[in-house]
Design a protein around this ligand. Sequence first.
Ligand code: NDP
Length: 488
Amino acid sequence: MNKNIDKKAFQASWTYDEAPESIDHIQIKKQYELFIDGKFIAPVKKHYFDTIDPSTNKKIANVAEATSEDVDKAVKAARKAFKGWSGLTGKERGKYIFRIARLIQERAREFAVIESLDGGKPIRESRDIDIPLAANHFFYYAGWADKLTYAFPNRSPKPLGVVGQIIPWNFPLLMAAWKIAPALATGNTIVLKPAETTSLTALKLAEIIHESGMPKGVVNIITGAGETGSQIVNHPDINKIAFTGSTGVGKYIQKAIAGTQKKLTLELGGKGANIIFEDAAIDQAVEGIINAIFFNQGHVCCAGSRLFVQESIADLVIQKLKNRMETLKVGSPLDKNTDIGAINSKKQLQTIENYIKIGLNEGSEIYQPKCQLPKQGNWCAPTLFLNVSQSHRIVQEEIFGPVLTIQTFRTIEEVIEKANNTPYGLSAGVWTDKGSKIFHLTQKLNAGVIWANTFNKFDATSPFGGYKESGFGREGGLHGLKPYVKFE
Ligand code: NDP
């Protein structure tokens, strides 16, 4: 560095160069139809809705809106395909699932760009996490297709029939993979609905399924809003509903199918506790806090949105956290330097902003780093709330955005009480040098997934799911096969 330039001025003028991912290789159609019975067909009522780029709020494409007539067509196609698909050998079924996995890998770059364009998540995450994990899920369950008798020894597992699957907008392709792969491996046929704001990668997946030569009607992908989801739930010829989304809609679904023969799994919301003990590796823990709450703009059901720091290290951790937040780059999802992308929709941005107001009205202290948010699109600065208590709404309710609440604790018993004081039970994190402390806490915390000295790690071989208002049923691993089979 030139000696005449002083260090402060250099730091102030230092910026990242833009590093946008190329979109030249991406093909997005002007209009997307419904994928039913192996064909892309227009919806009966010819209604379409816009899918929007949340970083600009500009329209990307028209997407078909399925009404009850289309839902019925999709269910009939899945029913017709069931006998053939479930009658194939496991090895034969596995062949198609392996093909889907490989085709996702081949088109991984295209999928990553479209996921970021349509959903607002940083390309670094869609490229390195969402898409590879989606391919992994297909690979993993393809491997189980011909080994079901080993998965359930002496029990002769049979498929359930036609399954209706409804997924949210935060991990669109990955959630589709979590749902479709185990259902196919076990011999079921499928009607899947992605969320209204993020339909494109599910429709690209439909293209791949078509390309894989899979028999028609085995997977049907239909798009639409909540009304379409509700029609799937209430269709009389569906054997099982697998739902991932909010606790409110999960409760509605549970009521809707009560008294029917339909089976149900629910993956719902969360309010994960992230617990930092004084003997933890502090810098590593600070990175873990950042990852736990700011990954995917905090649109993560298992986000570590409630931080608990042992009192003796609270000042140090909070200062380091603030320093680290100053370096986070909020901006274009397609820029490879971006840490925090766009909020998925205007509606979700309003929800988050409303919670920030609630936090301020409850008397909490807010901290946001100085960061310039883009002028167009939906953006929210990473946010901390200090001076919060257990009864505050921002501590109790799921915000589903980049907003962290911070509380302190003195003893292990105290933090277990505080961490479990929530209607949810999906995830938790524990940061400590002591293995015994980890084992103690993992037995006491009411959460389906508990990470130790890390956070937000996912693997196709590992089960994921919640307790209490976070739902029931497991996805991933051997456990993920069980909700798709019955035993005679
Ligand atoms: P919603 O519950 O609003 O929507 C989830 C899906 O259900 C969407 O496809 C939605 O359609 C559809 N839907 C909406 N209303 C109905 C209805 N009455 N009947 C049937 N389907 C309906 O959740 P979000 O999309 O807002 O997703 C965020 C929520 O999902 C968070 O609470 C989060 O915690 C949870 N989630 C849980 C996960 C887990 O594994 N536990 C993983 C990811 C998210 P549309 O969007 O088109 O209206």
